[in-house]
Design a protein around this ligand. Sequence first.
Ligand code: FE2
Ligand code: FE2
Length: 299
Amino acid sequence: MNQKPTTSLIIPPELAEYYGRRIRLSVQQFPGMPIFVSQLFNELKQEETDMRVLSEQLRVDPGITVNLLRLANSARFGASREIKSVHEAVVRLGVRRTTEILLAFHVAGHFSHPLKGYDLSASELMKHSLWAALAAEKVCTEIPDAPSPEYAFTAALLHDIGKVILSDFVMEEQPAIVQLVQHEKYSFDEAEKRVLGWTHAETGSAILNHWNFPDLLIQVARYHHDPGQAPEEYRMLAGIVHVADFLAYCQGPGAGVDGFSYHFREAVLERLPLNKSVVERIAGETLEQVEAFNAALGL
Ligand SMILES: [Fe+2]
Ligand SMILES: [Fe+2]
């Protein structure tokens, strides 16, 4: 199962070129993130991010204010008295959690349509991504020298964003992709590569590049199904997201059509000291948190 499959195209080169042109155009036309959200991505690690500045940025967006108050008041975050203001919510949740919910809120806006190519209903990709994000964050806390949990959360939240574009293309070539997956045991992304010339992982990394996001996020999206191929400095995070993605498929909702053909890369476990009981604990804790996030985001 882990031997390298051929990635040679099974469609004529002119058709592959045509798909490539359309995919690149879709990436160029993909809606952007608000500038202050992009800035937050770049400031993720700065513990000293000013709570008051963050509160001010949040207050201008009524949608996020409602979600944030809902999350801060949920039992999961130990609400003992009612939180009524954005600033109080930021204090209760902390800067990191607040930033993450803000990112999730904006990412959810991009994931709001059904993706027929992957057999995902309107909220399923978001639920899957959130599951992976919360699990990836927890995996980080188990591993010495792991990247910071906020990077893991963000990278996992965005790992499948390419599906938003590639779904329509997958629909166009569904019979050929299904043939490779069901009868020739290709993973879904390998089948995408052979039939369209692009995978959802490559498409996602192109979107993040288009958004000028950090190289770390671009590379992890690109290699989340094959972390061993990621540049050395990003390999561990790509492996963490791979594990979290697999857990999300096994435990979370929204497996979609490609979840059943997931090729888990056992080699990532050589770098990540995770045993069965740790993985089970991570899955249990993630499940609890996911419910609070889903409720806060109205999923
Ligand atoms: Fe994926
Ligand atoms: Fe995924």
